[in-house]
Design a protein around this ligand. Sequence first.
Ligand code: NDP
Length: 444
Amino acid sequence: MSYVDEVLERVKRQNPSQPEFLQAVQEVLESLRSVVEKNEERYRRDALLERLTTPERVIVFSVPWVDDNGQVQLNRGYRVQFNGAIGPYKGGLRFHPSVNLSVIKFLGFEQIFKNSLTGLPMGGAKGGSDFDPKGRSDREIMAFCQSFMTELCRHIGPDTDVPAGDIGVGGREIGYLFGQYKKIRAAFQGVLTGKGVAYGGSLARTEATGYGLLYLTQEMLRCNGHDLSGKTVAVSGAGNVALYAIQKAWQLGAKPVTCSDSSGWVYDPEGIDVALLREVKEVRRQRLTEYVKARPGAQYHSGKGVWSIKCDVALPCATQNELGIEDAKLLVENGCIAVAEGANMPTTLEATKYLQEQGVLFCPGKAANAGGVATSGLEMSQNSQRRSWSFEKVDGKLQEIMVGIFHNLDAAAREYGVEGDYVAGANIAGFLKVADAMLAQGVV
Ligand code: NDP
């Protein structure tokens, strides 16, 4: 049995009820076969793949808090510090009822390669809770965040682990988490990214994941003889990533026509009105039905279906496994030429394979959405220097990083004989740096 297959068997045996984690490990290891075969003896002797697929530390804790009725509520908190070979752990916190250990481990594992691809010194981690912020008052959100940080603060620090936001954790939550950290540790440190600009946050961090996704998509299209300008774009999600992806798509001359949330989706043939979407989702925190009420030409559909619209480019920006094989078939039938993942693992393995076989340009999330964590890295640099850079400077660096990531994974795919397979290219490019660092640091 090959070394990759042996490790896949071992991971399956050791993590029997963690489907998302197994899916992520399988995708990565399958695409590393050619690299691993070239170095099999060394990697095997150092148990490199076993160590790479096992988190360095998993922290699970209880998060008790009091709701507005005086009732004590209990949630579960997680921080998975997956791999610290190339820098302090870095990765977001997700607050969503679907959060469990499998989801956090899959996200932490992906984060290792994503962080490596940015070229910045950051290890891979992820955390979160099964807490559902929807419908909770500000006071309840604050109570939850304070209780969560009361435990988490023992495990993080500017040189050890620097969390950020993710689904359900935006500027408000980061603010409450930061306040509690500062109070308990009596130190004002760059321990979270995605902070408000008034207290150490970076300009352009809010926009970074969505903007970065479009910078990379534009470069991928350009290098394959297409122009993003004039293209129709389907976007899913209506949160942070989706919103700024839609905004940047407009700015680059494309026309974004859809968005979605967990209840339904919107098709706006005139193109999504960014100001209205932001008002509905970010300010009023309402459902998408409110968007359509204010925009008579737009259609609202409940449930799934956002990928049934004719488009040139599809950008899944909501959540994992939201684009399955039937969706992929519809996209191909409708002439879609490129898919780039704004969310983490939004496309199932089967759908990814199908899209690639059909010649659709496909860029995986660990590269396409790396703009968020890259800009978090830039926020850490600014915090260390106690300086703050202009929006244009950060945005310029982001653009440079995203274009660089695309060329890096394109080159890795060519070097290992899988030209045009950007999934393999991203995994290989991300992996090589981490593997070198692990080997150099010995058995630790
Ligand atoms: P937000 O919480 O801001 O938005 C998430 C969006 O996805 C919402 O519109 C939400 O709808 C929708 N959504 C969530 N769960 C589901 C579901 N099960 N089915 C359908 N829709 C769903 O999160 P972000 O925009 O920050 O994150 C989106 C994705 O991007 C995630 O995969 C995240 O890991 C990834 N990502 C985010 C980064 C960032 O910087 N924020 C960086 C890199 C990746 P509803 O409001 O109804 O829940």
